[in-house]
Design a protein around this ligand. Structure first.
Ligand SMILES: CC[C@@H](NC(=O)c1cc2[nH]nc(NC(=O)c3ccc(N4CCN(C)CC4)cc3)c2s1)c1ccccc1
Length: 286
């Protein structure tokens, strides 16, 4: 029984953020008092027939059917003559990349917990044959309890896929098979393993504070295609091992998500007792 939504049902609060297409506002559903985030996209900006309109449809279709603690929920959508509205879960601590910029880089215990949450969300997505394709700090939000929430499914697709829409924005997170389309022998199709590469880039960026292949456009292309990166010496051997097992040119040789969750670096930081974690957090002034 899909409930019909319309703008009059919501009290609009402060703007929360903005993306390439549209803005997002804090909102409260009047009858229930339920707090959510209302993403407003202008139809004029989703110029008809271009890839963007299709991306929004796909974002709605995919995200509406996902239920996972580390994936931002979409409760519904509606539109008026000029705008499309997406009713999204409110993530109470905002955008992850702002936390990363503020802290410069995360301590290993925090990075490992974040990577474990991302691996859990990606396992859920891949079981539904959904590839996110755009895993980066800018698309990850933080919930009120500090948990990560993958958002912005504008680039997600059903696997396997053959990309048609031209990529724009940063190349930093793209795997070799997407920046060098004909590199994988056959047509530029690819599968869920693109998200494993991005998880490796994310792990690196959490620990180092910048992306592994960050460079000029041309150099980034070349360094990704060769998996040419250096891991600073302050990164622990266990973390280095995980990064090197994800940033592998051959998609088939990347560490699968269940193995990521069992990796010694993850186990060491994620399953130890509550007491030890709390002691560490207290020390870190969390
Ligand atoms: C990731 C971009 C994407 N964003 C969403 O979809 C978004 C969906 C969504 N749900 N909840 C959000 N929360 C916030 O944006 C937020 C920001 C700052 C906050 N403060 C907490 C207290 N702190 C002291 C200061 C900061 C709290 C929540 C956002 S963003 C997007 C894409 C296209 C158009 C608009 C937005």
């Amino acid at each position: 029984q899909p409930r019909q939504f319309h703008l009059g049902m919501f009290e609009i609060g402060r703007p929360l953020g903005k993306g390439k297409f549209g803005r997002v506002y804090l909102a409260r559903e009047r009858s229930s008092g339920f707090i959510c985030a209302l993403k407003v996209l202008y139809k004029s900006e989703l110029q008809h027939g271009s890839g963007v309109e299709k991306q929004v449809r796909r974002e709605v279709e995919i995200q509406s059917n996902l239920r996972h603690p580390n994936i931002l929920k979409m409760y519904g959508h509606f539109h008026d003559s000029k705008r499309v509205f997406l009713i999204l879960e409110f993530a109470g601590r905002g955008e992850l990349y702002k936390h990363l910029r503020k802290e410069n880089r995360f301590p290993e215990w925090k990075a490992a917990q974040y990577v474990a949450q991302m691996a859990s969300a990606l396992r859920y997505l891949h079981r539904k044959h959904v590839i996110h394709r755009d895993i980066k700090p800018e698309n990850i939000l933080v919930g009120i309890h500090g948990e990560l929430k993958i958002s912005d499914f504008g680039w997600s697709v059903h696997a396997p896929n053959h990309r048609r829409t031209t990529l724009c924005g940063t190349l930093d997170y793209l795997p070799p098979e997407m920046v060098r389309p004909h590199g994988n022998g056959n047509d530029n199709s690819y599968d869920e393993k693109v998200d494993l590469w991005s998880l490796g880039v994310l792990t690196y960026e959490f620990l180092v504070g910048e992306a592994p292949f960050e460079d000029t456009m041309v150099m980034t292309h070349r360094r990704i295609a060769r998996a040419d990166m250096t891991i600073p010496s302050f990164v622990s051997p266990e973390a280095r091992d995980l990064i090197k097992k994800l940033l592998v040119l051959d998609p088939a040789k990347r560490l699968p998500l269940d193995a990521v969750q069992q990796h010694p670096w993850i186990i060491k930081h994620c399953v130890k007792g509550e007491r030890a974690t709390n002691r560490e957090k207290a020390k870190a002034g969390e």
